[in-house]
Design a protein around this ligand. Structure first.
Ligand SMILES: [Zn+2]
Length: 406
């Protein structure tokens, strides 16, 4: 008997709270980031389309069009049971012209206990030839970023403790590696057991995966607390985990805003209480200032340029403070910065769109950026659009929404 996940909504909320935004793929040479509903390859962008009930769609860089990822003959993509674009897929990505994704299954064992497994499925675009590459014991819905290094996938799985009442707040988190060519799964090591655990992976340097870990010491329910108290309830630490040995070492630096190549980017506090956005060369331990103030966490890096927004300050938990309306919804900054990593040059982008709108760069294709457009007041989220790179730097208002697949 299948057990219905009810944790999906919760992990989506955690995802929105913790990142607020997706990051793009460009986080290091030969390292691909795969997110819960977004993966960029050389050919295009695979994404869950929010406007189409999360149908799996593909934006092709060459044709500049989006299509449903379904090749069923005569399918008009409305029958969720039949249409392959609505396959139950988690963290889908394309690799060597094949589609991969995770699915979760749960069964009641004979003794009444529940067993949860995660399957990695390999498929062609049409979904007509699907095969299970591997299956291992973990809940598949707790991880929202994994990394592909060569043909090895690094995946954080969780085992949630179940009681007679259903799922509990207690879970064990494990880092797995999966070899895509032979399906071999290797348990690298345990990250943490605890209550209300939330793990944010940031990136990989020198074969070490950098993580921020949130947890609570006691079994508390966040629903019992005010929103304002939420951010200060969980305990947290930053660490890295060796991808070979599984050894975890805590690190004494604030949460990174970005990790790419061998650089650790973060908001550094100086003795006079002021913050600056700095790049730390992880191997050498040297730092250079990129911007004379604190910046928001959703830093994009594309074509050797870093894009970031200034924030009001840093709160007592070390998190950037963003301007909010009465409902706690953010006002985007009027200014964004672009920093050329090679030239060390900072460019100011004076935005011409309203501060309830935002463009978030997903990919670069020739003279254009492909972006997710957001308009809070008109309830538009993650709508794919493109804009020429020149227009982006000139104020972001000249973007073109990409037609939804039909
Ligand atoms: Zn279809």
């Amino acid at each position: 008997m299948k057990y219905v996940y009810r944790v999906i909504a919760i992990s989506m909320i955690i995802l929105l709270l913790s990142t607020g935004c997706h990051m793009n793929e460009d986080t290091g040479k030969g390292i691909r980031v795969i997110e819960s509903g977004l993966s960029v390859s050389n050919e295009g962008i695979l994404y869950s389309c929010l406007q189409l009930n999360n149908a799996l769609c593909f934006y092709d860089f060459e044709s500049m069009q989006s299509v449903y990822l379904c090749a069923e003959p005569n399918c008009n993509h409305t029958d969720y049971e039949r249409c392959k674009a609505f396959r139950s897929s988690h963290m889908p990505f394309l690799y060597n012209e094949k589609l991969y994704y995770f699915t979760g299954e749960s069964y009641y064992e004979r003794d009444g206990s529940i067993k949860h497994t995660t399957k990695l499925i390999e498929s062609d675009f049409s979904g007509s030839i699907e095969k299970t590459i591997t299956e291992f014991e973990a809940n598949n819905i707790t991880s929202y970023i994994c990394y592909l290094v060569g043909d090895t996938l690094y995946y954080i799985g969780a085992k949630i403790r179940y009681t007679d009442l259903g799922s509990s707040n207690y879970s064990s988190h494990i880092l797995f590696s999966i070899n895509l060519s032979d399906g071999r799964v290797n348990t690298i090591g345990k990250i943490l057991d605890g209550y209300n655990v939330n793990i944010m992976p940031h990136g990989i340097i020198d074969n070490k995966l950098f993580l921020t870990i949130h947890y609570t010491e006691d079994d508390i329910n966040f629903a019992d607390y005010n929103m304002e108290d939420w951010s200060s309830i969980p305990l947290r630490y930053n660490c890295h985990m060796d991808l070979e040995s599984g050894i975890i070492e805590k690190i004494d630096l604030p949460v990174p805003t970005k990790i790419v190549d061998n650089y650790y980017y973060y908001n550094k506090r100086y003795d006079n209480g002021a913050y600056k956005f700095v790049a730390r060369d992880w191997r050498k331990g040297t730092e250079r200032v990129i911007y004379d103030g604190p910046v928001a966490n959703n830093v994009d890096l594309i074509d050797g340029k870093m894009f970031f927004s200034p924030v009001e300050g840093i709160d007592k938990n070390g998190d950037p403070i963003r301007k909010l309306d009465d409902n706690g919804v953010i006002f985007f900054s009027d200014i964004e910065y672009s920093y050329d990593l090679k030239k060390g040059k900072l460019t100011t982008i004076q935005k011409k769109i309203s501060n309830r709108e935002n463009l978030d760069i997903v990919a670069s294709s020739e003279d254009k950026y492909i972006v997710f457009y957001m308009d809070i007041d008109n309830n538009i989220h993650n709508r794919l659009a493109y804009i020429s790179k020149v227009d982006y730097l000139n104020g972001m208002d000249d973007f073109v929404l990409i037609d939804l697949p039909s």
